[in-house]
Write a protein that binds this ligand. Structure first.
Ligand SMILES: [Zn+2]
Ligand SMILES: [Zn+2]
Length: 407
């Protein structure tokens, strides 16, 4: 399959291996860092709620080694939570100890979690970490997926250098351990830390969070110059029109960034945002490689029955819920002559579960946003509707030259 320009999303043909859609969340915290739940509590929620893969992305740590967490009223691990865990777990699973008057519980490591929860083609834990760095007041967080071990924050002499150093470290880790890895830049508007230039201008930057379920993420850009979605379009224009960064596409994820695992309505709960990845197998390498091909979409509730593009037409069909209406917008930017910088706009819009967009050939890229009229059951903000965002696609060479076969 051709990468990058042109053919991005292909239907499986008899000659190709068949693919499936897998639902996953790549951003969740546990007691290994600042989440409020033992890892098995967090993992069980996802395994029980229709997810096929999960990345526990604790800050600057992976779930490895022996770690005891203090049990206490008023702390994150209360006696009631330990009792609940004991009741829901097999005999002997929960280990507690008392040392010098302090009771603690041992945190399960990733190997134990994998042994307890993974099932072939049904549920997978992908090792990862939120590489948590900063430059002055800017929070610079990148999730690194499919790691063989922890990556330390790399620091840097500017915001851009700090991001670049961490991206480079993630790529070097993949080369050193000979495995496909992926880094996604998180919540760019958190504390107004990052700008469009940081999504556009860096080497090897391919992924960012257009939707982060943590209520401090400011996806909408209330206290930042742009919403994360507007940043995405501006960064794509800078890349594709002006060759910023290494000129490639930028792909978007939706994630939970869950810390609050015992509530439905809190700052960051599981179940707000996820990705759907079209891969050959439910294995870490296969999932990561599919994402690197751009063969995934971001969702806060809308699921797609099909999504195809050959660089001439994008076709999609929503997996309809009864009684729910859908609006499909194709968003993109057209190449311009001279110095005028193209602006992203809605190129085509319609209602109904099926939509197709035919390239005219002068687009820099086109992506789709699907918005339902169904309220999100676990909203980031009151009034949120369930949505999905597909990845940008560039027109194939010669797109728009032939007459539309469908008239
Ligand atoms: Zn973060
Ligand atoms: Zn996080």
């Amino acid at each position: 399959m051709m990468l990058g320009a042109g053919v991005l999303l292909q239907a499986a043909t008899p000659d190709e291996p068949s693919t499936r859609w897998y639902r996953g969340n790549t951003h969740t915290h546990t007691l290994w860092s600042d989440g409020d739940a033992p890892p098995e509590h967090a993992v069980r929620w996802y395994a029980d709620h229709g997810y096929q893969f999960l990345v526990l992305s604790d800050h600057n740590v992976m779930q490895e080694g022996e770690r005891w967490f203090e049990i206490g009223e008023g702390g994150r691990l209360t006696p009631a939570r330990v009792r609940e865990l004991v009741e829901r777990s097999p005999e002997g699973w929960v280990e507690t100890r008392e040392l010098e008057g302090t009771r603690s519980m041992r945190l399960k490591d990733l190997g134990e979690l994998k042994a307890a929860f993974e099932r072939p083609e049904s549920f997978l834990l992908i090792p990862g970490e939120e590489v948590t760095d900063r430059y002055r007041m800017a929070e610079i967080h990148l999730n690194a997926l499919n790691l063989a071990g922890v990556i330390e924050p790399q620091r840097g002499e500017s915001v851009a250098a700090t991001i670049q150093n961490n991206l480079d470290a993630i790529a070097a880790h993949g080369r050193r351990h000979q495995r496909p890895v992926l880094g996604h830049l998180n919540h760019p508007n958190f504390r107004t830390s990052l700008g469009v230039e940081h999504l556009a201008g860096l080497r090897g930057e391919r992924f960012f969070e257009v939707y982060n379920g943590h209520r401090s993420a400011d996806n909408e850009g209330a206290s930042a110059p742009d919403s994360t979605e507007a940043m995405w379009d501006k960064a794509l224009v800078l890349r594709l029109h002006e060759g910023a960064g290494d000129g490639g596409l930028l792909y978007a994820l939706a994630t939970d960034d869950a810390h609050d695992h015992y509530e439905v309505d809190a700052v960051s709960v599981p179940g707000r945002g996820w990705i759907m990845v079209r891969a050959e197998r439910l294995e870490a390498d296969s999932i990561i490689e599919a994402m690197r091909r751009g063969d995934f979409y971001a969702s806060t509730g809308v699921a797609l029955r099909s999504l195809e593009s050959d660089g001439r037409t994008i076709r999609l069909e929503v997996d309809e819920r009864p009684g729910v209406a859908y609006t499909v917008e194709f968003i993109g930017a057209r190449a311009t002559d001279g110095d005028r910088r193209p602006l992203a706009e809605v190129l085509q819009s319609g209602t109904g579960p099926r939509a197709s967009y035919r390239f005219t050939g002068d687009e820099l890229y086109v992506r789709a946003r699907i918005t339902s009229d169904r309220a999100h059951p676990r909203p980031y903000a009151a009034g949120d509707l369930e949505q999905a965002w597909t990845q940008p696609v560039r027109p194939a060479k010669g797109a728009g030259d032939e007459p539309d076969p469908e008239g």
